[in-house]
Design a protein around this ligand. Structure first.
Ligand code: ZN
Length: 552
């Protein structure tokens, strides 16, 4: 079981303090990271003209052309055999929104309404999906994890069946630090993992019960994410599996299902968090029919390189996803999801940092790859594609620094290291922050599973050390409580909604600029050392890295 050691991080914090020397070149580079530069790029990327930057739309064409143009102007080289683009083959699936889910049993018939009560679609490239009389089994958290000695699927034959399960994991539910990672969500708590496991187990349909606390976002976020087209990597494993329906239901709808079955929702869901839980055959059957539109489309990652001098075959990668949700007519009035914070800010930082590297009076040793990936919002697909089809060898890829959703509320004393304690990259981040009198915080919302929710995770999964350094919460003027409240408020009001707009008169750029300078400097330091930072002992990704580093 992987546990973080906060004490060791503290020790390193003090050892590294004051180690920095005066660096004129660095100063020159940093001077060019300004609010004006950030405003310039964000205002373009988050403009209505870019139509919310949905993959495989006119909005994508504008976005990737803009990024390539900026990299070219800055003098960066195309990273993919003369091209700034890495094509990602996708399949776009649109389920008919008129579908209903009928649940029968206990002498009752429940008609669940799409969007209000449930939402979902199929990963299959098929014109029509028909699920009839599929028996529903409540399988607790739907987790099969040898490390945590937990298997909700033990002894079940799920062929043709529908699994119903809870989101997050038993550690979150109980708060017991000895169960999973306590309140911190593990990878098994993520919905993506749950659907994948249901497919591996041979289920025909999988339904996750939404709960705002456990999912880390309200039902509206699930509704927005699952209405409209869903994207998958072409030829992915889910599409080859027996799983024909991935769906979510509201807590209220789930309670009605339990009620029909004559089962106690509270009692049974609570028992699901205890070791030894046995799945419950609910004596309910589900029927779901819908038409499905499948289309093969292409999207692109944008990749530009600023070559190093001396160690040019080794790479530092900066990632920021360029995509967002495009236009969703279900929203009345403003229907463009401009994704200003998420992630025009990170994408703008990618350009600003690339430009900063070009201003260095002396070349850094290692090469730096600027990778703006597609389809993050559709399940981190662009980064998954890159990690499986890297443009440069992974064992020469020193580190990944991911940027997603920058600070718009003012200076903070801290920055947040999501997944604090996983790798040595924490120490590089701490050294830079400390130099500026700042500090790092572990994720103040560990239950949200943020380490599994942005592009760096796909690099971690193949073994490459990846840092997800995120905005802080310790607001310099108004304190930490205010900062935390702002963060929560933004998620409730604007996350994945049309209101995530560029607001130059409301946003503050001082904190953002400080953070972008930190991103730059962490990468700069990594580009000038010969050290390969590693995963910390006990980290789940370490053995993969150890393996690949044996190959010269
Ligand atoms: Zn994002």
């Amino acid at each position: 079981m992987f546990r973080k050691n906060h004490l060791s991080v503290l020790v390193i914090f003090f050892v590294l303090a004051g180690c920095r020397t005066h660096d004129k070149g660095l100063e020159t580079a940093l001077e060019g990271i300004t609010a004006d530069i950030m405003k310039k790029h964000i205002s373009v990327l988050a403009s209505d003209d870019f139509q919310g930057r949905a993959p495989a739309t006119a909005g994508e064409e504008k976005t990737i052309a803009y990024l390539a143009e900026q990299f070219k102007k800055a003098g960066l080289k195309p990273a993919n055999a003369g091209s700034y683009f890495q094509e990602v083959a996708l399949v776009r699936l649109s389920a008919d929104a008129n579908m209903t889910m009928v649940v029968t049993g206990g002498g009752k018939e429940l008609n669940l309404r799409f969007s209000d009560d449930f939402i979902g679609g199929t990963p299959h490239v098929a014109d029509e999906i028909r699920i009839d009389d599929s028996e529903i089994v409540f399988i607790g958290y739907g987790i099969n994890s040898p490390e945590y000695n937990w298997n909700d699927y033990s002894g079940l034959d799920l062929k043709g069946k529908t699994v119903l399960m809870l989101v997050n994991d038993p550690g979150y539910a109980t708060g017991d630090p000895d169960l999973f990672n306590g309140k911190e969500m593990t990878i098994y708590g993520r919905w993506t993992w749950k659907f994948e496991e249901a497919a591996r187990q041979g289920a025909k349909a999988a339904i996750i019960i939404h709960e705002t606390g456990a999912a880390a976002y309200p039902w509206a976020v699930v509704q927005n994410s699952w209405s409209g087209a869903q994207y998958y990597l072409a030829g992915n494993e889910l599409s080859q599996s027996e799983l024909q329906l991935q769906a979510w239901v509201t807590t209220e709808a789930a309670k009605k299902m339990f009620e029909s079955a004559g089962l106690d929702y509270e009692l049974i869901t609570a028992s699901a968090a205890k070791p030894g839980f046995t799945p419950v055959r609910m004596n309910l059957k589900t029927k779901v029919h819908f038409r499905n539109h499948a289309e093969y489309v292409k999207s692109s990652n944008v990749a530009a390189v600023w070559p190093g001098s001396g160690k040019a075959d080794e790479f530092i990668i900066y990632t920021a996803h360029w995509d967002h949700f495009g236009i969703n007519r279900d929203f009345e009035g403003d229907s463009i999801l401009n994704g200003a914070v998420d992630n025009a800010t990170g994408t703008a930082a990618l350009i600003a940092i690339a430009e900063a590297f070009t201003r260095l009076p002396a070349r850094q040793k290692r090469s730096v790859l600027f990778l703006s990936v597609t389809c993050e919002e559709q399940g981190l697909l662009g980064s998954e594609y890159y990690a499986k089809n890297p443009l440069f060898p992974l064992n020469k890829t020193v580190a990944v620094i991911n940027m997603d959703g920058l600070n718009i509320t003012g200076k903070t004393g801290d920055m947040t290291i999501i997944g604090y304690g996983y790798s040595d990259l924490d120490d590089y981040a701490l050294a830079v922050l400390n130099k500026y009198g700042r500090y790092a915080n572990p994720d103040p919302f560990p239950e949200k599973g943020n380490y599994f929710r942005s592009d760096h995770i796909n690099f971690a999964r193949v073994g490459v050390p990846a840092l997800y350094l995120s905005k802080g919460v310790d607001d310099v003027e108004r304190g930490k409580e205010w900062g935390m409240a702002q963060s929560e408020k933004w998620i409730m009001e604007n996350y994945h909604k049309p209101s995530d707009n560029y607001e130059p008169d409301i946003w503050r750029f001082d904190g953002m600029i400080e953070d972008v300078c930190v991103y730059f400097e962490v990468g700069y330091n990594l580009s000038n050392t010969e050290i390969f930072p590693d995963w910390k002992p006990g980290s789940p990704f370490k053995s993969l890295r150890d393996e690949m580093m044996k190959i010269p």
